[in-house]
Design a protein. Structure first.
Length: 172
């Protein structure tokens, strides 16, 4: 069984349980090995939002001992991408990030939190309905990043190409 097949059930259970959230983060650390050494993890997930975090640790520092711009961008990508993945069955849909834009406004000198939101109505009108007639859609989702003291750090926008697996020509 593909590890991604576990995600829909784990995600639902993690919404109401710290233990299941820990298990979801553990599984994600194995499925997305790039994120593991950086300590990126989900803090909270709801029906229409996701909070992820990146700790203030040496692996995430830049030369000024702040959180590196790439770590900020990656935690935003993780936040928006997993929110989409949690709403779309990964067995049915393939997501590939095609673009990221980040506006940095403050140097993070402590852990950061990325918040992404996706309303059900928007997902239906901009993703699910178009995919009935189109081969793929591009979808842009925002992530607001702040430090744990509440200072705004950055605003990121990731654009995702979403396609049904049965329409993908090259499979893994």
């Amino acid at each position: 069984m593909n590890g991604f097949a576990l995600l829909p059930k784990l995600t639902v259970k993690a919404r109401g349980s710290r233990l299941w959230l820990w298990l979801l983060n553990f599984v994600l650390g194995r499925l997305i090995p790039f994120n593991r050494p950086h300590g990126f993890r989900i803090l909270e997930l709801g029906e229409d939002f996701l909070l992820t975090t990146a700790p203030y640790r040496r692996k995430n520092h830049n030369h000024l001992r702040g959180i590196h711009a790439c770590a900020i961008a990656t935690v935003a990508e993780f936040s928006g991408g997993y929110l989409l993945l949690s709403r779309l069955d990964p067995q049915k849909y393939r997501l590939i990030m095609s673009k990221i834009e980040v506006d940095y406004v403050y140097q993070a000198k402590e852990a950061i939190v990325s918040e992404s939101r996706l309303e059900i109505a928007r997902m239906k009108t901009e993703i699910l309905d178009p995919l009935r007639e189109q081969e793929s859609v591009s979808f842009r989702i925002g992530s607001r990043i702040a430090d744990v003291s509440g200072n705004p750090v950055a605003q990121a926008y990731t654009t995702w190409q979403i396609k049904r697996w049965d329409r993908v020509r090259t499979k893994i």
